[in-house]
Design a protein around this ligand. Sequence first.
Ligand SMILES: [Zn+2]
Length: 297
Amino acid sequence: MIKKFLLSTLSIFILTSCSVSITSELDNVSISNVSKKEVSKPEFIVIDSPNRSERPQDTKISAIVLHHTATTANAKEVGNFFANPQSKVSSHYIVDRTGYIVQCVPDDKVAWHAGKSHFNGMDNVNNFSIGIEICNVGNSIEPYPDLQYDGVIRLVAYLVKQYDIPLENITRHRDIAIPAGRKIDTSNNFSVQRVLEGVKKVLDGTYQPPIPSEPIPINIPSIREIITKNGENSLRVIADIYLDNETRTKELEILNPNVKDIKYIPVGTRIKIPTDYSYFYKANNLNTNLFNLNKFF
Ligand SMILES: [Zn+2]
């Protein structure tokens, strides 16, 4: 009887969830009350990033910062970018469009995701937060698939439970970056409300994961164009806003040789920005094979 129950439990999970850790869920035996007592950490793979530092002594993890990756790259490719010391950035987690999760920095270390920032009366949000990158080009058009929301919801729920983080401390990079307006992630079409509602359901044991579906193909060219607005008056600022990383200015210089970046770029200028990492590797004379994903997978 128990065996039959376990088998049916297993099949329900296979049918209803794409990346739930089956072993750990089965440890809890019953699906119906699995979330009330504890929230399992969703399955993840590790691509270690050297871009990390120590948390200041006695720092409590008290916030979660959501970002979009600003690229068409998948989570492994973003992890590979973070594994490169020259990128000078990282996050604790990356959630792929298909929902799978990559961890780059252990929770107890500082990841380099938020830069100059302020939240709840404190500066340097990196010191007391967990950073989650959500794979999306960040143009407010590319949709965030259901399975990706599922990955974010289950990861955030785990972190909230693990570190006793108040739900109101789940924030976006654009809300904490200083000066205000320095960041645009997460993009306008990402719903934090949907994440919060999902997290509440995971915590009270009523969460229903989405039915896995075919991944939506991404059809975004490797370069897109933006038109500068007020304040977007240098390639460094544009890299900071649209690539979520001012250290990627060199890529914009390569792509926009005719833009005079000496004084101020006028409002209304068309600027080409990369949507993948190919120009990062070119700009830094890096052989992409150096950080070949095969070494990890
Ligand atoms: Zn960000």
